[in-house]
Unconditional design. Structure first.
Length: 254
């Protein structure tokens, strides 16, 4: 029986993955469900017997991300040198993903489209999860939105996070962080991303240690009436760093 195009893709995919791995001196294995690259081994999800076209696109995107982006552009010695736990690791990971994919997409437009499709599928399957009602979730979802939007990728799962983060961080703080994020994804080396990660952690620490003054109370024009406090919508004041730092996943230091 003649094989379908999908069956041919599935049959040849492990060979393609192995060839890419060898180019960068990295072993490629298929097991489990989570893709990862340790610098010595790329792990891709096991290929199911009932593979669909969408599954194939997802796997292709994972390969482009792990082998093409990280395999070609990540300095793993620098990557493992610091920020390996908590929100610091999450920030580093989002920034490095954005930088490496950005560099790959500039050289290979086809890979850029594969990565765009990868984000769409992950989004549709509910695999992009940043709870917008927690300080760390709102912050990381906002970072994810910034980075992937800059790379032409859209995820509906984080489309509300630019508004949600304003419940926890004020506009001045957000502007400082956004500056570092956009510089990070254009850094020529992984070490530069770590430096930007450090700067972002420092901004959060500054926000915790030196919160803006609370908004002044508005006095009623009628004698004898106490004025209500002005509503703090996060745009001018607020103690974002304080609330974010109280989240267990956020380091207390910079």
């Amino acid at each position: 029986m003649k094989k379908t195009k999908l069956q041919e893709k599935v049959r040849h995919f492990p060979i393609l993955a192995s060839m890419l791995g060898k180019r960068y001196g990295i072993e490629v294995v298929f097991q489990g469900e989570q893709p990862m690259n340790s610098g010595k081994r790329i792990t891709l999800p096991a290929i199911p017997d009932d593979m669909t076209e969408e599954d194939m696109m997802l796997l292709t995107g994972f390969l482009d991300h792990e082998a093409g982006a990280h395999g070609q552009h990540m300095d793993f010695d620098a990557w493992y040198s610091e920020y390996n736990e908590g929100i610091a690791k999450d920030i580093k990971n989002i920034l490095c993903d954005g930088r490496d994919e950005r560099l790959l997409g500039r050289d290979y437009p086809g890979c850029r489209e594969n990565l765009k499709k990868l984000v769409e599928i992950l989004d549709q399957r509910g695999m992009i999860k940043f709870p917008a009602d927690t300080p760390s979730g709102a912050f990381l979802g906002w970072l994810f939105h910034l980075v992937h939007s800059a790379n032409g990728q859209v995820a509906k799962a984080v489309e509300d996070h630019p508004e949600a983060i304003r419940k926890f961080l004020n506009e001045t703080c957000l502007a400082r962080v956004e500056f570092e994020v956009l510089k990070a994804i254009d850094e020529p080396k992984t070490a530069g991303v770590l430096s930007r990660t450090s700067n972002i952690l420092g901004i959060l620490k500054d926000e915790k240690d030196n919160p803006p003054p609370p908004p002044q109370q508005a006095k009623s024009s009628q004698a004898g009436d106490d004025g209500d406090a002005e509503e703090n919508n996060g745009a001018g004041g607020g103690t974002a760093g304080d609330e974010v730092q109280e989240d267990e996943s956020v380091p207390k230091g910079g």
